[in-house]
Design a protein around this ligand. Structure first.
Ligand code: ZDR
Length: 278
């Protein structure tokens, strides 16, 4: 099977073009190829499929085989694949995802077509839609959550997939390695959650680390960066346009007047290859 390997801010993906290839068991395939010792190694698998509603359809599978509704870094890689390989003939096109139809656009940066800007749609803020239990249709802004015997203030946002944002004083000593998994499986989150720990540097700069649902700590999370900016605005800690610095790079995020969140950042092909016995 032919594949390409991509990274966006160090969040890495195996992309399989299922307009050409066929995968019988997505979950088993993702678990196998994401393994960094027995497979190719990746934080997730992106699958290109035909769509009846949009120009293309993207599905995303985590390293544990679970399917996510959306992937922010992944959709930039996906868009670059479509554009660089000439499958998409325009710089802007529509992609069907579990978070609805999203619109990536290839933007020229530093003279070359490097960055991708994505209209990530409107954030979902009603507790029962994120989902977070116990809040009905109310927003979940700076609400207490007890984890590992300590009370944290969480702000919850769905960008199609669930996010729990926690503001911390010091990003490096917040204990993400230990508490990340506890947030992921906390009883408040019926579909589990991605968790972002965010240090506000100033109203235009956020420093974020992520514990991803189904994938643990990764170097970056596009939907998480969007959720973090939205959460920072809701808590009056940032302007509506800010730079989010992740372990693996930087993303520019804007929560625009039309309520849509726009994410701009890099996506790069790292290699292409063939994998046997899948
Ligand atoms: C965080 C993510 N890599 C991105 O860039 O948005 C998405 C991966 C999916 C995530 N682990 C989930 O929602 O289960």
């Amino acid at each position: 099977m032919h594949f390409t390997k991509w990274q966006g801010c160090g969040n890495d993906f195996v992309l399989v073009d299922c307009l050409q290839e066929k995968i019988a068991d997505y979950a088993g395939f993702a678990k196998k190829v994401c393994d960094r010792h027995y497979g190719i190694g990746a934080d997730g698998v992106l699958v290109l499929l035909p769509s009846e509603k949009a120009d293309f359809c993207m599905r995303i599978f985590n390293t544990d085989g679970s399917e996510a509704e959306m992937c922010g870094n992944g959709i930039r890689c996906f868009a670059r694949y479509l554009y660089d390989y000439g499958i998409a003939k325009t710089t802007r096109f529509t992609v069907e995802t579990g978070a609805g139809i999203l619109v990536p656009e290839i933007v020229p940066e530093d003279g070359k077509a490097g960055a991708v800007r994505v209209d990530m749609g409107k954030p979902v803020l009603a507790g029962d839609e994120i989902p977070v239990s116990g809040f009905g249709r109310n927003r979940v802004i700076s609400e207490p959550i007890e984890v590992d015997g300590k009370t944290y203030a969480m702000t919850c946002v769905s960008m199609g997939n669930p996010h729990c944002v926690v503001f911390v004083e010091d990003i490096l000593s917040c204990g993400i390695e230990r508490i990340g998994a506890m947030f992921e499986s906390h009883e408040r989150f019926p579909r589990k959650t991605n968790t972002e720990f965010v240090e506000v540097r100033d109203r235009g700069h956020l420093r974020m680390r992520v514990w991803e649902r189904g994938a643990a700590i990764t170097l970056a999370c596009g939907t998480g960066a969007c959720a973090s900016l939205v959460a920072a605005v809701l808590n009056d800690r940032a302007e509506r346009r800010a730079e989010v610095e992740l372990d693996g790079g930087k993303l520019r995020i804007e929560w625009a007047e039309d309520e849509h969140v726009y994410m701009t950042g890099p996506a790069e092909e790292v290699f292409a290859g063939e994998i046997q016995n899948v």
